[in-house]
Design a binder for this molecule. Structure first.
Ligand code: HPA
Length: 269
């Protein structure tokens, strides 16, 4: 299936991106930075699930960031929409198919660690998969990767070090922490947030982890950045609204764009 998508995309552009970027809820602004761009709505790409979530543009944008060729997924499919593990990881498989060997994932997340603040950026150092499934379940395609892939450095240390250096250079505050992935779509209960804190999670979201597993399986280098769009349930005396998540995304857009613009060219293959 990914073969057809690959041919379709390569029929639309001569750009051959070595790096892929996924923009999460409310974080789509970066796409405007690309030049010589080709926009391909997900709905047109064979086999590509098209997201229904509010705040997700739903297109693949291939273009140039300066000299660098990049493939940007503006919007992603989520398990909570009813998509399966194969569907939510389809985009990463296709990007690998068209030549990407590095992936940068962004997402909106709730802050669990009490030192975090709404609007802050968190470099993902590791994750905890609580989504109840794994995209690699089923027959293994040995041509893509091993049956039992190692996950001891799922988020490249070299990339994290580079990200920290770039953040310092740009005076962008950047925390580092563990991302816990929940199925959603309901936000967590305060008791679940206390549990997640106890098991070592710093931020919580509903995406990214299946994509990171598949990327690691195929030997891609991964960087993950969470935007703390809200403090997690029970921390503040207020309810969590999707609107707050999107509003915070809009608040941090300029910072995130500036960060990604400086960072992507510095991530070596
Ligand atoms: N929980 C889960 N996912 C999220 C949150 C949250 O608080 N905020 C943004 N995505």
């Amino acid at each position: 299936m990914t073969e057809e998508a690959k041919r379709f995309i390569q029929g639309h552009t001569d750009v051959r991106p070595a790096i892929g970027l996924v923009l999460g809820s409310g974080l789509g602004a970066f796409a405007d930075e690309l030049t010589a761009r080709t926009d391909i709505p997900y709905a047109e790409i064979p086999g590509w699930p098209h997201s229904t979530a509010v705040g997700h543009a739903g297109k693949l944008i291939i273009g140039k960031l300066g000299e660098l060729d990049v493939a940007v997924m503006a919007g992603r499919a989520h398990l909570y929409e009813g998509y399966g593990m194969q569907q939510v990881t389809y985009g990463v498989r296709v990007l690998h198919g068209i030549g990407a060997r590095s992936m940068v994932f962004t997402n909106a997340a709730g802050g669990i660690n009490l030192t975090l603040e709404r609007g802050g950026l968190v470099l993902i150092s590791d994750h905890i998969n609580l989504q109840g499934g794994n995209p690699l379940v089923g027959p293994n395609d040995e041509s893509l990767g091993p049956r039992f892939p190692d996950m001891s450095e799922a988020y490249s240390r070299v990339y994290r070090d580079t990200a920290k250096r770039v953040a310092v250079e740009l005076c962008i505050p950047l925390s580092e922490g563990v991302y816990a992935a929940m199925l959603g779509p309901s936000y967590e209960t305060p008791a679940e947030i206390r549990y997640l804190r106890a098991i070592g999670a710093d931020v919580v979201g509903m995406s990214t982890v299946p994509e990171v597993i598949v990327a690691n399986h195929m030997g891609m280098k991964v960087l993950g950045i969470s935007c703390v769009t809200n403090m997690a349930a029970g921390i503040l005396p207020q309810r969590i609204h999707h609107e707050e998540v999107l509003e915070t995304g809009a608040m941090v857009r300029d910072t995130l764009v500036k960060f990604l613009k400086a960072l992507l060219p510095r991530l070596e293959a």
